[in-house]
Design a protein around this ligand. Structure first.
Ligand code: TXD
Length: 312
């Protein structure tokens, strides 16, 4: 039986770090693709030369040729431009939409039945676009954002209590933008809701910091955006699919009435396995969080309409 094959499109910060984590964990052989000539080849060669030190048998190939991506089980799409200080994720819409259209068309020629995991911002709309261009089933096309936003939330919770991060389970729903919805009710320390462990003002401070978590890092880095936690989050999803582990993770998935939301890609908890999104879990959340989730989904829909108008 051959090893699984994962293609990562875009060999920038998130793409290259994701590729590195996948080969180091020996989850799959990786193809790292970029349009910039020689760059993915250089990064792949460098990573391969770490194999004897790190001790992995998986292979990584850098390329500018889509033919090398043929037969991929999963394609992670990180191609696009990232935010600069002062930019919102939505400012990236038209540039990244062109890139996603091109990437998905090319990828599908060689891996017609792959699972697509989108990372490019604005995430929810790019996931919708990738699905639309691909003609794949909804469960095969989904986006990474909730794992990252929840990881940020978890890290702020562990720091505030303080307690071991290992015991924290955090939940962030909604679109990957300023309207994302941290849900304290379902964020726990070993099953204990944080509402029993932290005062309300502290929770609301942490919620705000979570919503601005990406911007906080963009501001510090000055060029480019976060990639260590984003790549770790991508790889958690890749692993759940390849190992068919049925992990319950918040992902950007297509809703068909859950949470009262119809025909929109948005962040919700799902069961991730070999078939991709195998089930969407509908949480019983309180009315104010549900209203925030609806607002967040509306923001995604508005941006989708903008995109459809721009391409009409
Ligand atoms: O939570 C999340 N979903 C995110 C999303 C977390 C972090 C980053 N997020 C977004 O991912 C970010 O806003 C960007 O839209 C993407 C990629 O971020 P990264 O930090 O990796 O950006 P880089 O380093 O600029 O890398 C992008 C690469 C770069 O090497 C380009 O040459 C390449 O994409 N690129 C392309 N590759 C293939 N095909 C095409 N057409 C192409 N165009 C650019």
């Amino acid at each position: 039986m051959g090893k699984p094959k994962v293609t990562v499109i875009g060999a920038g910060f998130v793409g290259a770090t994701s590729a590195q984590r996948i080969v180091e964990k020996q989850l799959a052989d990786v193809v790292l693709f970029d349009v910039v000539e020689d760059m993915p080849q250089g990064k792949a060669l460098d990573m391969m030369q770490s194999a004897s030190v790190e001790g992995f048998d998986t292979q990584i190939l850098g390329t500018n040729d889509y033919a090398d991506t043929a037969g991929s089980d999963i394609v992670v799409i990180t191609a696009g431009i990232a935010r600069k200080p002062g930019m919102s994720r939505d400012d990236l819409l038209n540039t990244n939409a062109k890139i996603i259209r091109d990437v998905v068309t090319q990828v599908l020629k060689y891996s017609p039945n792959a699972i697509l995991i989108t990372v490019t911002n604005p995430l929810d709309v790019m996931t919708y676009l990738a699905w639309k261009i691909s003609g794949l089933e909804h469960h095969q096309v989904f986006g990474m954002a909730g794992v990252l936003d929840s990881a940020r939330y978890a890290s702020f919770i562990a720091e505030a209590i303080p307690c071991s991060i290992k015991d924290v389970r955090a939940m962030v729903l909604g679109g990957h933008g300023d309207t994302m919805v941290p849900v304290p009710q379902y964020s726990t320390v070993n099953g204990i809701p944080i509402t029993q462990l932290l005062p309300e003002e502290k929770i609301s401070e942490i919620n705000d910091r979570t919503r601005n978590g990406g911007a906080e890092i963009v501001k510090l880095l000055k060029t480019g955006s976060a990639y260590y936690a984003p790549s770790a989050s991508v790889v958690a999803m890749v692993e759940a699919v390849l190992l068919d582990s049925k992990r319950v993770l918040p992902c950007c998935a297509f809703l068909t009435g859950q949470y009262g939301l119809e025909s929109v890609y948005c962040g919700v908890p799902v069961v991730l396995g070999r078939n991709g999104v195998e089930r969407i879990i509908e949480l019983d959340i309180n009315d104010s969080d549900l209203d925030l989730l609806k607002e967040s989904a509306e923001a995604v829909k508005d941006l989708t309409i903008k995109l459809d108008q721009a391409s009409a």
